[in-house]
Design a protein around this ligand. Structure first.
Ligand SMILES: Nc1ncnc2c1ncn2[C@@H]1O[C@H](COP(=O)(O)OP(=O)(O)OP(=O)(O)O)[C@@H](O)[C@H]1O
Ligand SMILES: [Mg+2]
Length: 360
């Protein structure tokens, strides 16, 4: 993309499923195509004309990126017709170069997919252990509570030890609370889903968290919400809990102030759909991006972020926020991913299916 390119191009989302535009045709056939019709005569679609207008050239050349016979993307070159004749002789060279790039993207996709599979396996394994521990620990806790009650009865009501007994009782309740979060967390829930207007949910949440979390730390929140966003099929309270956890983490990461950006967009392909066979190819998603320019997530915990009890904060933080967020989003058939760079900031991306009738 050239420096003078319309910023809209970066935001542009093109559906490749319907296959009417040059980009999609080039991807599905695995051959270069141009809008001038030199390589093959093709009728231009509205998307093609929009792209040409946005790029600001006479036309475009689409070069598919293929690796191991799988399409991984398309390179779109904005060119003028006079340039095309020179370029057309170099197409095989360009294709070679682009296929090298495609191989690198393919390798990175495989690496990410494998990392996600390993992560999912680890979650499954720790979930099994946690469920058993939760079950086993609850029994002795119940017995201790009963004995404490008996002890309390045996002692006179105004015995000074009653206060210690109360403290022990409270602490046992705290352990029970943590354990119930654990068993709850790993139990997949059927959540009541309804069409939810994500933009107003986010605006409301920012109002709520503004006083309590953001102002206090000097954090500036900026919203970039797509006006025509379709409603997402989701559990409103569950999603609220997820977003509050993410906003709270951002605020805690930037005690001296910073920027928090929340963006919504409608997209057509969920990430990692190869991992989630239940995600339908032809479905639209609402994508929520929450970014901060804080210190970033420490490298050592990045790969275990959505596991329970992973925290860098110490006292008062159990390290449960993101694991709960991850499990809620899983229950909602969505995906949540994180990108973070030390000293640069952190971005969480959530994708949720939209209400079926609003898909396209
Ligand atoms: N926006 C962020 N910026 C920097 N680090 C983050 C951010 N979000 C999460 N983290 C890191 O990820 C860790 C895990 O987050 P998570 O919300 O699961 O737990 P926690 O905030 O430590 O504890 P809890 O949410 O239970 O209070 C945090 O301890 C922090 O190190
Ligand atoms: Mg947290």
């Amino acid at each position: 993309m050239g420096p003078g390119l319309d910023p809209l191009v970066k935001e542009l989302a093109v559906s490749v499923q319907k296959g009417r535009c040059l980009l999609a045709k080039s991807l599905s056939r695995g051959t270069p195509l141009d809008s001038f019709g030199y390589l093959a005569k093709e009728a231009l679609s509205i998307t093609d004309n929009q792209l040409i207008r946005l790029i600001g050239t006479d036309g475009l050349l689409c070069l598919p990126m293929v690796a191991h016979r799988e399409p991984v993307g398309v390179v779109i070159l904005g060119i003028d017709e006079t340039q095309f004749s020179c370029l057309s002789e170099e197409i095989s060279l360009l294709t070679m170069f682009i296929n090298q790039a495609a191989l690198s993207i393919y390798a990175e996709n495989v690496r990410q997919t494998q990392a996600s599979i390993v992560q999912a396996e680890r979650l499954r394994a720790s979930s099994e252990v946690a469920r058993r521990v939760a079950h086993e620990v609850n029994n002795p806790l119940g017995i201790i509570k009963n004995y404490l009650k008996m002890l309390g009865i045996k002692l006179s009501e105004n015995n000074a030890v009653q206060e210690e007994i109360n403290i022990i009782n409270e602490e046992i309740d705290r352990i029970s609370g943590i354990i119930s979060v654990l068993s709850d967390f790993f139990e997949p829930k059927v959540r009541q889903k309804e069409p939810v207007d994500i933009n107003s949910l986010i605006s409301d949440l920012i109002k709520i968290t503004h006083e309590a979390l953001l102002i206090e730390s000097g954090i500036k929140a900026q919203l970039d919400l797509e006006p025509s966003l379709p409603p997402a099929m989701t559990d409103k309270n569950g999603l609220k809990q997820v977003l509050i956890n993410l906003i709270k983490n951002a605020a805690e990461a930037m005690p001296g102030g910073g920027n928090l950006n929340i963006k919504t967009r409608r997209v057509f392909d969920g990430p990692k759909k190869d991992l989630r066979k239940d995600l339908h190819e032809d479905q639209a998603y609402v994508k929520i991006t929450i970014s901060d320019d804080g210190p970033g997530i420490p490298e050592r915990i990045r790969s275990r972020l959505f596991e329970p009890f992973v925290s860098s904060k110490g006292k008062g933080h159990a390290g449960l926020g993101l694991s709960i967020a991850g499990s809620i989003i899983r229950d909602l058939n969505g995906t949540i991913t994180c990108e973070s760079e030390e000293a640069k900031g952190t971005t969480f991306k959530i994708e949720l299916p939209v209400e079926k009738t609003q898909g396209r």
